[in-house]
Ligand binder design. Sequence first.
Ligand SMILES: *Cc1c(COP(=O)(O)O)cnc(C)c1O
Length: 461
Amino acid sequence: MADSATLLASDRAHVWHPYGAMPGQVEPLLVESAAGVRLRLADGRELVDGMSSWWAAIHGYRHPDLDAAAHGQLDRMSHVMFGGLTHAPAIELAEDLVRLTPEPLQHVFFSDSGSVSVEVAVKMALQFWIGRGRPGKHRLATWRGGYHGDTWQPMSVCDPDGGMHNLWTTHPGRLPAQLFADQPPAGFDAANRYLASRDAANREAPNGDASNGDGAVDASYLAHWDQLLGEHADELAAIIVEPVVQGAGGMTFHHPGYVTALRELADRHDVLLILDEIATGFGRTGTMFASEQAGISPDILCVGKALTGGYLSMAATLCTAAVADGVSASTSEAASGGGGLAHGPTFMANPLAASIARASIALLSDGGWQADVARIESELQTGLRPLGDRPGVKDVRVLGAIGVVQLDHPVDVPAATQAAVKQGAWLRPFRDLIYTMPPYPTDDADLAVLVRAISAAVDVA
Ligand SMILES: *Cc1c(COP(=O)(O)O)cnc(C)c1O
């Protein structure tokens, strides 16, 4: 292997990095390996990973069960095409997903990334209405502050102003024009109310639905949605939102009662409900899926990121039998290709990814993650809360295994990152946010490292 300096020079010359210019403005860190919750850099330094590799590596790195699943599957086959062929890893993973999600979700479309799973969800929704004889229903509604990925349809429902795709707001006409409701009333207070209501519900019924019921939902906000949907129902195919936590759009939390209400509003106005749980799925907010806190089921659900425990790129779009029916009806009379959903990624249902995903879900099924997420939540509450008094800090919020410090100014990302690295942690701040979403096995000592790193980053940001 070439030495580090040569590799980094070549990286700078040839390799495009996320959300960056070419050539890159800031030199990335060269990672040699990773194990447990630590990244090992080429120069020998070790960093506690506060990011779970963009929220995906929920079990940490080189987990023996996931490694074994990968090796076992490699010895059988790493991939076969999914057109005309099928295999146990995909079938059994689909069964797992159907079992883990609410009963109406019965069908699973596998794809290779979260953004594509959102494209598929939108395609399903639009085709559903064509199948129902209402082709005019082709637009999407969402609330501001969201993030749904970087391909074309997902970008059209990302936050149009503050988000990373606002270039397209200043150059209109390129993206489909969607409808934006205000951001849900949110923030720390709502999250606290949610925590209180969840704790109360858990005391009474450990497996009970801990949704709303505490009157914390703002009726005027729902009236705003009701009006928007009422005015546009004839052209709307679906509502698409991230339930409970808006991730890359700004790391904000809202009361699950708003998600419950969107389900009722969607039904009343005859539009589908798509929930994007790519960030929130598989335990991150304290329940397996965030929508469980709302006690509702969507018509279409997207999962990705932590699906394979961060090992390989894979996502899935789940839908109800009614949606699948509508999709099929949309093309049954068309001569082309036998009808159905015209989507089929080359690496659809990749067996290697599916086997690892099954192993990841098996690890979750013993329920130990719940104690881990609860412990991380309480450590982050204790550790980060005092930062709320620091100059320049606007808000501190914690939910599940997510801890966020929001500044009143944009973060100096290179300075903040460097300060965190000095404390032995890997953080990747963005906009005005310094946050962590650690792997679930992160122990208290390593959480303390992350808290110290966030604190140091806040001081220089
Ligand atoms: C990351 C993310 C996506 C996009 O997933 P990719 O795998 O990066 O394409 C979509 N929606 C949400 C909520 C996400 O967090």
